[in-house]
Ligand binder design. Structure first.
Ligand SMILES: *[C@@H]1O[C@H](CO)[C@@H](O)[C@H](O)[C@H]1NC(C)=O
Ligand SMILES: *[C@@H]1O[C@H](CO)[C@@H](O)[C@H](O)[C@H]1NC(C)=O
Ligand SMILES: *[C@@H]1O[C@H](CO)[C@@H](O)[C@H](O)[C@H]1NC(C)=O
Ligand SMILES: *[C@@H]1O[C@H](CO)[C@@H](O)[C@H](O)[C@H]1NC(C)=O
Ligand SMILES: *[C@@H]1O[C@H](CO)[C@@H](O)[C@H](O)[C@H]1NC(C)=O
Ligand SMILES: *[C@@H]1O[C@H](CO)[C@@H](O)[C@H](O)[C@H]1NC(C)=O
Length: 430
């Protein structure tokens, strides 16, 4: 009887323990990417799509939000940065790398202090360079303002399949589909208004949804960065451009269920691996963050059936755009009685997974649904993909040849000198 009561009580009060969190976010606001308005073509501009101050602020605040949830409320992560607990990766782009640093400033604002050294030991704090000095006002903070720096891992672009959507052979025909044509026909009036408002003539005229979305990209960047917009562009037209942005991206990059499946495979494969090993208690990492792109999130949202090119087209003009700093978080919980389960947040709100309404999904079910969608990514994208070049340095053949010739010449010269010396010595003797 006692045991039964205990079981009942433990069932009622059983805790949902958070076990593992995997987050992926889009970088914050950046500079424009396509030179289509108010910029000079063919002029080198350095890093075009760099993270702007607005984007830094967005990421910093997202990091604070993550801190509030997982460090303060759930007490899931240590309040001071613990490098065994978290792993952060970024695609190899300046804007995503910088975003990750800004995000982590929000998550771990406070860094460490140095040991309190007195006068005679202060030199331990200096590099061995002559004239090196301790800055005034730094006190015992390791770094100015006591900031914390956190390692961000990255890989060369071609290898970052989980967070960089780049399977070019997948979408070669996407502009020739029926859906693409239908959407373009339905957008005729918008093209007309847009071309008129921007006074575009002849070849400049826009009549393609993907190209239109490139213009929209410039305007959204300008809006976020406090730069001007075309004076005659009507707010209604701009709103229509916003509404089309998601659809254009889906049509271009992951239009069909097969394209979604293939391109979301590397991310989900790793998610399942991480969740599995978290449940097997084989690892210390509890928080895995990825600094990525709008296409990454778009593809994953499609793979979770939260959106799709078809459904975006169906409710044409009724979509929300994947904003700067948009984020998707996968939470793995365990419950002693009911077992592990998963919850997914999009921009901080739980979204339905596994079915149209449920906000939680048993992990076994989540695992089997996602696993059923996984394909052989290498086979589909890598083997026949000429674009992926490994950049290991190889000594070119001419270098070996040149080296050989030089050695040969040296030997010949050396022998000539020897011979000359022998002759001279012999002459002296004579
Ligand atoms: C990153 O920024 C540097 C300059 O800060 C620039 O030279 C480089 O091209 C940028 N990299 C990319 C991938 O844009
Ligand atoms: C300086 O360092 C030495 C060796 O670590 C230690 O014995 C000594 O107490 C230190 N002096 C001060 C003033 O911290
Ligand atoms: C998405 O929908 C397809 C087709 O109905 C289904 O096969 C798949 O399991 C669903 N995926 C998820 C993650 O719900
Ligand atoms: C459009 O979106 C709004 C809000 O997200 C929703 O209330 C409305 O039902 C949607 N309309 C259609 C046609 O899907
Ligand atoms: C995936 O495809 C590649 C290339 O076709 C093959 O070498 C590999 O064995 C496949 N992997 C699996 C798990 O089937
Ligand atoms: C990769 O290498 C191939 C052949 O060596 C070349 O044609 C192609 O342009 C390269 N791609 C990139 C992205 O460098």
């Amino acid at each position: 009887m006692k045991q039964l009561v205990f079981l009942l009580i433990s069932f009622i009060f059983a805790q949902d323990d958070l076990v593992y969190v995997q987050a992926v976010w889009r970088h914050g606001a950046r500079n424009y990417y396509h030179c289509n308005w108010n910029c000079i073509k063919d002029q080198p501009r350095g890093d075009e799509a760099i993270l702007t101050p607005t984007g830094m602020r967005q990421q910093y605040i997202l990091g604070k939000w993550i801190r509030q949830r997982y460090i303060i409320e759930y007490q899931f992560l240590s309040s001071k940065f613990n490098e065994n607990e978290i792993y952060i990766e970024s695609s190899d782009e300046n804007r995503t790398l910088t975003s990750a640093y800004c995000n982590l400033q929000g998550m771990y604002p406070e860094g460490p202090s140095i040991p309190h050294f007195k006068k005679e030991n202060e030199s331990l704090l200096l590099p061995p360079n002559q004239g090196a000095q301790i800055p005034r006002d730094i006190g015992d903070d390791a770094l100015p303002h006591k900031i914390q720096l956190i390692p961000i891992h990255t890989q060369q672009k071609a290898l970052h399949y989980p967070i960089v959507i780049q399977c070019p052979k997948m979408n070669a025909d996407n502009k020739n589909t029926q859906l693409y044509k239908e959407v373009n026909i339905a957008t005729a009036q918008l093209y007309h208004d847009f071309n008129t408002e921007l006074n575009l003539q002849g070849d400049e005229k826009v009549n393609d949804i993907i190209e239109l979305s490139h213009w929209r990209d410039t305007f959204i960047c300008n809006r976020y960065n406090g730069d001007p917009l075309p004076p005659n562009l009507k707010p209604k037209t701009l709103q229509q451009l916003d509404d089309l942005a998601n659809l254009a991206q889906s049509l271009e990059k992951f239009q069909t269920p097969n394209q979604v499946k293939i391109q979301s495979t590397p991310y989900f494969q790793r998610l399942i691996e991480n969740f599995d090993s978290a449940l097997a208690e084989g690892q210390n990492v509890k928080y895995f963050g990825s600094s990525a792109h709008d296409t990454t999130l778009g593809c994953l949202l499609s793979a979770l059936n939260l959106t799709s090119a078809q459904c975006q087209a169906d409710i044409y003009l009724n979509q929300t755009y994947i904003d700067f700093a948009a984020n998707l978080i996968f939470e793995l919980y365990n419950n002693i009685n009911t077992g592990p389960f998963v919850k997914v947040l999009y921009n901080g709100e739980y979204v339905p997974i596994c079915s149209d309404f449920a906000k939680t999904c048993e992990y076994t079910r989540f695992r089997s649904i996602i696993s059923a969608q996984l394909v052989n990514y290498s086979k589909e994208c890598i083997e026949s993909n000429q674009e992926i070049n490994f950049t290991y340095y190889q000594t070119p053949k001419w270098a070996y040849l040149g080296f050989g010739i030089v050695i040969l010449l040296l030997i010949l010269v050396f022998r000539a000198i020897l011979k000359l010396r022998q002759t001279l010595v012999q002459r002296e003797k004579e």
